[in-house]
Write a protein that binds this ligand. Structure first.
Ligand code: PMP
Length: 351
């Protein structure tokens, strides 16, 4: 018993499956298109002599290109090993008041895991009947706030007015807006607010819109002071979070704005026709501003559909949490993948 008492025991986050066999993989919101051509080139031409040396601890090259892309100062950018790394470090840095932090009840399930890992008290705020955030819920006393925008797994984007209202009501705590899916929204990022609100931190990732989930790059934008505090915590953990290949490839990806625009537009176009098709089949779903659609059918059980698709080598995401157990979260793939998905789905529904 003594031994167990000294262990930091946690219930870990469960990531979506990464099957080894070839399947149609619509379960972890990856991008179906390859990274920008410059990334492949950089990998081929990589000077492996550089692997002998430690990478730049300040990650200057990538930080500067991100600052230019976001139209902020390099001192307002923090880079990490995927946005999970940036978010986990942010929980540790910013949520220390002992008061409960707030996040939606239906959201990215990692928030709860980090809160428990770091022993941060938390309260979950229910979404409204249309699955939107209820901003009133974020006006009570709290130790910090975090939510994705667009939210996951609902796919719903909240306007910057809602975010500003929450920021104004909470001047003494940090509000983190997790914009993992913002590039598919065609709507403004909260990064435009960081000069006006010193309590705002916005995170983004290269895993979705930049097709680089395997490279692990994410970043935060915020007021210089917040970024310095995050850096202090990072340097207290590990000075060299970003590998040399990640720094070089990430920088190449940011430079190629044209490729980025083209691939995100393709995914948005596929998403829009997929919504029509799902509606024709009788599915119901909140209007997605992301690269996935969160859909349920009034006549077909969510878990059964999930299993039947999986047996036919089509992977989507399903959770057993009762409020959302009827839903499937379907990542938007290529047009061909979505056509195969719909052919199979129609077969299953006919059986
Ligand atoms: N936030 C949200 C809402 C996500 O869905 C994900 C992807 N699982 C992440 C953050 C983390 O993504 P990554 O660590 O690959 O940047």
């Amino acid at each position: 018993m003594r031994l167990e008492e000294n262990i930091r025991r946690v219930t870990p986050y469960v990531p979506g499956e990464q099957p080894q066999q070839k399947v149609i993989k619509l379960n972890t919101n990856e991008n179906p298109y390859p990274p920008a051509p410059g990334v492949e080139r950089a990998l081929k031409e990589m000077d492996d002599g550089r692997l002998r040396l430690y990478p730049d601890p300040e990650i200057r090259m990538l930080t500067e290109s991100l600052a230019e892309y976001c139209q902020v100062k390099p001192e307002q950018i923090f880079v990490g090993v995927g946005s999970d790394d940036v978010l986990s470090m942010s929980f540790l840095t910013f949520f220390n008041s002992g008061k409960p932090i707030l996040f939606p009840d239906i959201t990215y399930s990692f928030y709860k895991v980090w809160a428990e890992l770091y022993r941060i008290p938390y309260e979950c705020c229910p979404l409204d009947e249309k699955m939107h955030l209820r901003k009133e819920d974020y006006c009570k006393e709290n130790g910090g706030i975090i939510f994705p925008n667009p939210n996951a797994p609902t796919g719903i984007y909240e306007s910057l007015d809602v975010i500003e209202e929450i920021l104004k009501q909470n001047p003494d705590v940090i509000v983190i807006v997790d914009e993992a899916y913002i590039d598919f929204a065609g709507k403004p990022s909260a990064i435009s607010l960081i000069d006006r609100y010193d309590n705002l931190l916005v995170t983004q990732t290269f895993s979705k819109s930049r097709s680089m989930a395997g490279m692990r790059i994410g970043f935060a934008a915020g007021n210089e002071r917040l970024i310095r505090w995050l850096q202090d915590v990072k340097y207290s953990f590990n000075s060299y979070t970003m590998s040399y290949p990640a720094i070089v490839c990430g920088t190449e990806a940011v430079k190629d704005t044209e490729y980025f625009r083209k691939t995100t537009e393709k995914i948005v176009a596929t998403r829009e026709w997929s919504k029509e098709k799902l509606a024709d089949l009788g599915f119901e779903f909140p209007d997605s501003s992301t690269n996935f659609i969160f859909a349920k059918h009034p006549k077909y059980d969510g878990e059964k559909l999930f299993q039947a698709l999986k047996e036919r080598q089509i992977y989507v995401r399903h959770w057993k949490q009762p409020e959302i157990a009827q839903y499937l979260r379907i990542t938007v793939g290529t047009d061909e993948e979505m056509n195969q998905f719909f052919d199979t789905l129609e077969e299953i529904m006919k059986e």
